[in-house]
Design a protein around this ligand. Structure first.
Ligand code: SF4
Ligand code: SF4
Length: 57
């Protein structure tokens, strides 16, 4: 299963999108969102999110 961003916890910093190896993360209004069909479950975004807003789904 793909990783998921908690939109209420996300501060929209963009750090995850910048480091995702497959560009699966995009800004969506006031938060960022992961495309589950593109995510390869590498875990990079989860480890770097300063708001701890990302978790395995
Ligand atoms: S790194 Fe975390 S807080 Fe920053 S945009 Fe990504 S999910 Fe949101
Ligand atoms: S787990 Fe890896 S591939 Fe999936 S969104 Fe996060 S950084 Fe991108």
């Amino acid at each position: 299963m793909a990783y998921k961003i908690d939109k209420d916890a996300c501060t929209n910093c963009g750090a995850c999108a910048a480091e995702c190896p497959v560009q699966a993360i995009h800004e969506k209004g006031e938060y960022h969102q992961i495309d589950p069909d593109t995510c390869i479950d590498c875990g990079t975004c989860e480890s770097l999110c300063p708001a701890e807003a990302i978790s395995a789904n």
